[in-house]
Ligand binder design. Structure first.
Ligand SMILES: Nc1ncnc2c1ncn2[C@@H]1O[C@H](COP(=O)(O)OP(=O)(O)OP(=O)(O)O)[C@@H](O)[C@H]1O
Ligand SMILES: [Mg+2]
Length: 265
């Protein structure tokens, strides 16, 4: 681990010398090796890497679903000992209770935490509005499109005002247009809430359109092999809405990332 990482105190998340081994029936699988990563407040991290390289495993460690075999994972300098609403997780398939309507799905966690009724009402309204689901509060999940379900899942996480949002290929199952709308939404949420975001994607353009830092992983055992600091997301969300997509700088970074990933396959 670098001295720089050790000395920094403004990290929300620090992963230090992490290995993760899964024990299978016959042998062990080393999914992650030597992971060292510091995530700063307000960063939008996008993770890219070949299938099976350990991206979801990494997210599960940060979320607190998995304990590393070696090393330590900390949030605000405290060990991560389990899932916690400070770290909200959005998966590829929306996780909604089918028997509850949208409003009750979004309010569920707050009710569990026994927040005062008025606060629940206020927070639920605020985040339903932010994700564009006003008017659909009474709908059940089966009455929603894929994109709307994912908006509801996001609102369900946001009402808890998490410090960090973790997303595992959240838009992977959506059609291209819906996907683009969801990218715009998540960028807006990130800007408005000043959250820290950790998003896994298979799509280089998605990573470039959203991330302030892109992390590229090697095939199994997954290691972080390269990081890119990028600012295309600010250009896209800026007043002029300029598309950086076909600028030389964009193409250059895109090519470099694709070369690294393709070399792994
Ligand atoms: N519960 C488990 N038990 C044993 N091995 C596992 C388990 N979960 C994942 N693995 C293995 O660990 C490796 C990393 O899996 P992981 O799901 O983290 O990869 P990924 O990068 O998210 O892949 P994908 O891009 O396909 O979603 C894979 O080889 C996988 O088969
Ligand atoms: Mg995965």
């Amino acid at each position: 681990m670098s001295q720089l990482l050790k000395d920094r105190t403004d990290y929300v998340i620090t992963l230090k010398d992490i290995n993760l081994r899964y024990s299978g029936e016959k042998d062990e699988v080393t999914a992650l090796r030597d992971i060292n990563l510091g995530i700063k407040n307000g960063e939008f991290i996008c993770v890219l890497g070949p299938s099976g390289c350990g991206k979801s495993t990494l997210l599960k460690i940060i979320a607190g679903f998995l304990k590393p075999s070696d090393g330590e994972a900390k949030m605000d300098n405290e060990p991560i000992n389990g899932p916690d609403w400070h770290r909200g997780v959005v998966f590829q398939s929306p996780t909604l209770y089918p028997w509850l309507n949208v409003r009750d799905n979004v309010a569920f966690g707050l009710k569990m935490r026994k927040l005062p009724k008025n606060d629940i009402e206020e927070l639920t309204n605020k985040y339903l509005e932010l994700v564009g689901l006003k008017g659909f509060e009474k709908h059940r999940p089966y009455e929603l499109s894929g994109g709307m379900k994912q908006r509801a899942s996001l609102a369900r996480v946001l009402v808890n005002k998490p410090k960090m949002i973790l997303m595992d290929e959240p838009f992977g199952a959506l059609d291209a247009l819906t996907r683009q709308n969801m990218q715009t939404l998540i960028r807006k949420v990130w800007t408005k809430t000043e959250n820290t975001v950790f998003l896994i994607t298979h799509d280089v353009d998605e990573a470039l359109a959203l991330g302030t830092r892109i992390i590229v992983m090697s095939s199994r055992p997954g290691k972080i092999i390269k990081e890119f600091n990028t600012d295309f997301t600010y250009h896209i969300s800026g007043e002029n809405h300029e598309s950086p997509r076909y600028t030389p700088k964009y193409m250059e970074v895109r090519e470099e990332i694709l070369d690294i990933i393709n070399c792994q396959d």
